[in-house]
Design a protein around this ligand. Structure first.
Ligand code: SAM
Length: 177
């Protein structure tokens, strides 16, 4: 099954979270998500990811939103499901078999996530029930979701863009497209 995945980044603080939110978006892009909704008016993240897209290809987008609640509502009304990443949730290995939807929104927090998110989510999922990083949690979830639909997260090719890496054992090789 080909699963459409969009990230919803909640609680981004413009000064404090710029780097980590950029890393959430880069990880999402590299591991096959189609885009990220950002609950903040921080244009910097969108700009960085647009630069990455122009240079490295693909169609990943960042869209700034004003109401996370209405984005979740719209997503669910269109038939999509919502997974919230939280260390308090069901551990991923115990939940993954239930997650068979073809449209999945993955909610990733920065600061404390509003309690309502836990109710609106179809699944509250932990990547191990210990606190760690949203980037690590997202990477593992995307990898497991890809694996469960027979895809290898690390083999995706990106169309368009200006350059491409030629993998090599030593040094760096980059080809212009
Ligand atoms: N400091 C924040 C607070 O008030 O609790 C939480 C910071 S935490 C690093 C940010 C996000 O990382 C969480 O909202 C969650 O999405 C994700 N996260 C952290 N540990 C996780 C885990 N074990 N499983 C799933 N997601 C996790």
């Amino acid at each position: 099954m080909n699963m459409r995945i969009v990230i919803l980044r909640l609680g981004h603080r413009i000064q404090r979270d710029q780097r980590i939110t950029t890393h959430v978006a880069l990880t999402a892009r590299a591991l096959g998500a189609e885009g990220m909704l950002l609950d903040s008016d921080d244009a910097g993240i969108e700009k960085s990811l647009d630069e990455v897209k122009n240079r490295w290809g693909g169609s990943f987008y960042v869209r700034r939103i004003t109401s996370w609640k209405s984005e979740i509502k719209k997503w669910k009304e269109a038939g999509g499901k919502v997974m919230h990443l939280t260390m308090y949730g069901l551990n991923l290995p115990d939940a993954i078999d239930e997650i068979t939807t073809c449209s999945l929104m993955i909610v990733v927090g920065a600061e404390k996530v509003p309690p309502e998110v836990y109710e609106l989510a179809d699944w509250n999922v932990a990547v191990g029930n210990q606190p760690h990083s949203e980037v690590a949690a997202l990477a593992i979830v995307l990898d497991r979701l890809n694996a469960s639909s027979g895809k290898d997260s690390l083999s995706s090719r990106f169309t368009g863009g200006e350059i491409e890496i030629i993998p090599c054992r030593k040094g760096k090789e980059v080809k212009s497209k």
